[in-house]
Design a protein around this ligand. Structure first.
Ligand code: ADP
Ligand code: ZN
Ligand code: ZN
Length: 821
């Protein structure tokens, strides 16, 4: 028997392996198997086919081991993997690599360690020479598969490892390969001697003079009704639930030592749900009720429906209703959210409602946690997942609804590495495979999605009113040119914004300040000679971070200290240019010394809980002003925010990219939407030097429809999506000239081959060097409706291969990005 395996490598084919006789009965499509790949690599593959045809070109190696008893991925999921690979012009192996959590993939990087129970100092009798060498090394180090293969200089180390694990000398292969470790909890219960309960009453008498130990007993009995129900003792009580208030650790230790209590461990779900929480009953408003009905109607004709509901219109409650209905009818549900929105409010809200039937899939989760969600979806324990873009890879087999919240958000797009997919678009394809419905939701729909709705390809449902009494905030512009002339600008702040902040603080209301640049200032320069410090690896200037007292590259992380003197002219007049969140935070502290200012950006939210802590404090009113990057724009819902200040709207609008107007409109509208979400009407102050810019006028009046009309006209005129499809090829190399030459060759070849397709470039992208790689890019504009997309992509790949055949171009990298964002 032979099995075809999908391996996590960027080679566009499957690999055939021989199934060992003993496994004949056990192999199934969808299981994971360990195989040797090439000379020394060990990889985990997925079985995608089983047959009896030996491969023609090579002698098939044996499968080394089968990791699963049941398939680890579903049939439909595999079809989706294949679709992603085809559409995003990469290999299925790359999709597998991105899709499977690391804990499910044993590879050459997997670790082997000495079994702690094995006594190494005994004479290594009965071990081969190689085994001995390995064991002596493992005494000091944990080694990876590839380390071992190097150390022993043998091709297949599998037999050696197998023999050693058979002798229980190394930690079992089985255990090492499953990096996944279940989470356990320490629990306490009475030892058998004290059940039945008469014994407990006796016990109290003997402990009369030991009040602290008595306290422990009482606490336990209070939480576990052993006296009423002896069986209750079996499950015991979590140690941490017992050790509350002033229960003494040492008394518990004594009780355990005296065999009154015992401690034991149980495996617990990684996501602790407080099951006893009350479920809040929420009744939909008339508008919400109506919108929901329309969505249902729309689903009849349009499996994809767009819900365009302004900020604060109560879209989430509608999602919750739809999700509940879908779950009740037995299907699975996926709720996609942009990265950062996930860590907070919404999860708590949903946890209360869906409890342990809900899985969470998030990039700040450990690999163990991801594996757990994966397995729960596979076994059907979890039918509802709320997650970030990568949750589209989970092993669903029966989706009935996918909600894509904030569908316009660019964090649905994966940039690096392949597959460079957009989770929103994959979701639509998935729904197609599963015969499921998709609800795209946004207050600021992407131009692409809105266009589809206008074309009647998607359904469209609108919610034009905020929930309850809340009104949209009033937006005013602070004209920086006028203020500068009048000299009323203080630091980076207009007098208009300062006045409004002061008023809000006086009324004990909260303020959000949005500035989409982190650090203190994006650049410093010498006032005498104009010198600007640049990154040594990238073609960008270094951002000054005051807190770290360093100049930092935001592209590669390169760091250097701030020079006292200009290195070219020794002048001391070095000044900062422009401003980021750090500088605004500093100024706010200066102007409003009594207010508590909190910054929220990449720096302050690095830790797993950083983001949540900041949000919680703000929610409780412990912080007065929140200043941050676009993190503050996403999905937050606070009671007391009445003022939002927007900095640098100009930079957003003038950014040289065809999507910059759309982005600016979305960001400004979204951050404005954080203001006045309850009774009090909010206010938004936008600082700008181009107050007549149409984008600002649209945001001012909340005219999405007009914004769309202008934007779609521009897109049509300039052949941009949704009227064309874009494919971008980026060429990377450490030598600028080589990079240029290869780019020219590729562009020429593409132009010869592809007629009717506009090919722009090669040209330098805005940042022309990153991490010592020079970049060139070629943009293909493919008219909509050209069917032969697959052929086209094959063509591109063939052209790339042809160029790379040239000897001098060997080490060039060419990256294909379909629908770049
Ligand atoms: P959106 O996601 O559209 O911006 P949300 O779903 O966050 O808006 O709703 C805005 C606010 O209104 C939230 O605080 C939410 O709790 C509240 N809300 C929405 N619908 C209801 C309802 N039917 N009953 C009570 N409160 C609601
Ligand atoms: Zn100088
Ligand atoms: Zn750099």
């Amino acid at each position: 028997m032979f099995a075809e395996l999908l391996l996590p490598v960027p080679i566009p084919k499957f690999f055939t392996y021989r199934v060992p006789f003993v496994l004949n009965e056990h192999v199934q499509i969808g299981q994971r198997a360990i195989v040797q790949f090439g000379d020394r690599k060990i990889l985990t593959g997925l079985i995608v086919n089983i047959h009896d045809q030996p491969p023609k070109e090579y002698e098939a190696k044996y499968i080394l081991e089968l990791l699963d008893t049941y398939p680890c991925i579903t049939e439909i999921q595999f079809k989706i993997f294949v679709w992603i690979a085809e559409y995003y012009a990469c290999t299925v192996g790359e999709v597998m690599n991105a899709g499977l959590p690391a804990g499910l993939k044993l590879s050459s990087e997997s670790m082997v360690q000495l079994n702690p129970a094995f006594k190494l100092d005994e004479s290594l009798h009965g071990f081969s020479e190689k085994e001995t060498i390995l064991l002596r090394r493992l005494e000091h180090d944990t080694l990876s598969y590839s380390d071992i293969s190097k150390l022993l200089d043998v091709r297949s180390i599998h037999s050696i490892l197998k023999s050693l694990s058979g002798k229980e000398a190394i930690l079992l292969f089985e255990e090492v390969k499953e990096k996944y470790k279940p989470k356990t909890e320490k629990r306490i219960r009475f030892t058998k001697t004290f059940i039945p309960s008469e014994a407990i009453e006796e016990l109290f008498k003997t402990l009369e003079s030991k009040p602290k130990q008595e306290d422990v007993l009482l606490k336990y009995l209070q939480k576990v009704p052993v006296l009423k129900d002896a069986e209750a003792n079996n499950k015991g009580l979590a140690r941490k639930s017992l050790m509350v208030e002033d229960i003494s650790e040492s008394s518990l230790a004594t009780l355990i030592k005296n065999n009154i209590f015992e401690e034991f461990e149980v495996v617990v779900p990684r996501f602790d749900f407080e099951e006893d929480q009350e479920i809040p009953v929420i009744l939909l408003s008339e508008e919400q009720e109506h919108a929901q009905l329309e969505i249902f109607r729309s689903f009849d004709q349009h499996p994809v429906t767009l819900l365009h509901g302004i900020t604060g219109s109560g879209k989430t409650e509608i999602y919750i209703n739809l999700i509940r209905k879908a779950l009740d009818s037995g299907g699975q549900v996926l709720y996609l959210l942009p990265e950062i929105a996930l860590t907070t409010q919404i999860v708590h809200r949903l946890k209360k409602i869906f409890g342990s039937s809900m899985g969470i899939y998030h990039s700040k989760f450990s690999d163990n946690e991801r594996v757990e969600v994966w397995n729960c979806v596979l076994t059907g324990k979890v039918k509802f997942v709320i997650g970030v873009r990568s949750s589209i890879f989970l092993p669903f087999d029966n989706l009935s609804l996918i909600v894509v919240d904030e569908e316009h958000d660019s964090s649905y797009k994966q940039h690096e590495p392949a597959p460079r997919y957009n989770a929103r678009d994959v979701a639509i394809m998935m729904a197609h495979f599963h015969h499921a419905k998709v609800l795209l939701g946004s207050a600021t729909p992407s131009v692409e999605s809105y266009y589809q709705a206008k074309q009647n390809k998607y359904g469209l449902v609108t919610l034009a009113k905020r929930f309850g009494e809340a009104k949209l905030p009033e937006t005013i512009l602070a004209d920086m040119r006028v203020e500068r002339n009048r000299k009323t600008v203080k630091g980076e702040f207009s007098s208009l914004l300062l006045k409004n902040i002061g008023e809000a603080l006086d009324k004990k209301e909260q303020v959000i300040i949005f500035q989409n640049r982190r650090g203190y200032s994006p650049m410093i320069n010498c006032e005498d000679c104009g010198w600007v410090p640049k990154c040594v690896n990238c073609a960008v200037s270094l951002t000054y971070h005051q807190f770290r007292n360093a100049l930092v590259c935001h592209y590669c992380g390169y760091k250097e200290s701030l020079p006292q003197l200009c290195p070219t002219c020794t002048s001391t007049r070095i000044k900062t240019v422009g401003y980021g969140t750090e500088k605004l935070e500093e100024e706010l502290n200066l102007y409003f010394p009594e207010a508590i200012v909190q910054r929220m950006d990449l720096e302050t939210t690095r830790s797993k809980t950083g983001y949540e802590t900041i949000i919680d404090k703000f929610e409780r009113g412990e912080t007065n002003i929140l200043v941050g990057t676009q993190m503050v724009t996403k999905g937050l819902d606070f009671d007391r925010v009445t003022l939002v200040g927007v900095f640098n709207a100009d930079r957003m609008m003038h950014f040289p990219d065809f999507r910059s107007h759309e982005r600016a409109y979305q960001l400004i509208t979204q951050v404005s939407g954080r203001a006045g979400r309850r009774e009090k009407t909010g206010k938004v102050v936008i600082q700008t030097s181009s107050p007549d810019h149409p984008i600002l006028l649209f945001t001012l009046n909340n005219h999405y429809e007009e914004f769309y009309r202008k934007e779609i006209k521009d897109r049509h005129e300039h052949d941009y999506p949704p009227f064309t499809r874009l494919i971008e090829v980026t060429i990377k190399h450490t030598d600028k000239k080589t990079c240029r030459n290869a780019s020219n060759d590729l562009a020429d070849l593409l132009k010869q081959q592809l007629s009717g397709i506009k090919i722009l470039g090669p040209g330098e992208p805005m940042i022309s060097k990153i991490r010592n790689q020079f970049l060139m890019s070629i943009l293909l504009k493919i008219p909509r409706g050209r069917g032969e997309l697959t052929l086209l992509k094959t063509n591109i790949h063939q052209s790339i291969e042809k160029v790379l055949k040239e000897k001098t171009f060997k080490s060039i990298r060419m990256v294909v990005d379909v629908d770049p964002v």
